[in-house]
Design a protein around this ligand. Structure first.
Ligand SMILES: *[C@@H]1O[C@H](CO)[C@@H](O)[C@H](O)[C@H]1NC(C)=O
Length: 146
């Protein structure tokens, strides 16, 4: 395989990898830059969240500051009102390595339970990792389905 062919194969592989990432909106990440976000399963937008299942959320980011502790904060925005989404464990450091140094590439992996009691609505989910300021903030449209 010559080098330009090799490059083409590598580019295709990268394009395929990126295509599996979810198009999310950054809503004010300050202490880090989002590199990639994966929501699994999420076959289309809005992400169908099936009741009685759990959904994995993986955030790859590059820190722009030192971070020693942080909390996860998740809201569902319903008719412009942010409604807190309860997490079993809001200590973000249990889902990524801490402390974080500026420049570190970090993977945060968490999951949410989609309770059967949830109403079947489409909701904008806002996910934040919060230290002194927002480390990460992104929003993604979600549809609760049965
Ligand atoms: C979510 O993550 C857990 C733990 O890593 C794994 O066992 C499970 O298969 C994942 N679920 C999906 C839908 O990928």
């Amino acid at each position: 395989m010559n080098s330009s062919m090799f490059l083409a194969v590598v580019c295709l592989a990268i394009a395929a990898a990126v295509a599996t990432n979810i198009p999310v909106k950054d809503c004010g990440s300050k202490l880090a830059t989002i590199d990639a976000i994966d929501i699994n399963p999420c076959s289309s937008i809005p992400c169908p969240f099936k009741k009685g299942t759990s959904v994995n959320v993986t955030i790859d980011f590059t820190a722009k500051a030192d971070i020693s502790s942080a909390k996860s904060s998740v809201h569902g925005i319903i008719a412009s009102v942010p409604v807190p989404f309860p997490l079993k464990d809001s200590d973000a450091c249990h889902f990524m390595k801490c402390p974080i140094k500026s420049g570190d590439k970090v993977t945060y992996k968490n999951s949410v339970d989609v309770l059967t009691a949830y109403p079947e609505i489409t909701v904008l989910v806002k996910w934040e990792i919060v230290a002194e300021q927002d480390v990460i903030c992104f929003t993604v449209p979600v549809k609760i389905v049965s």
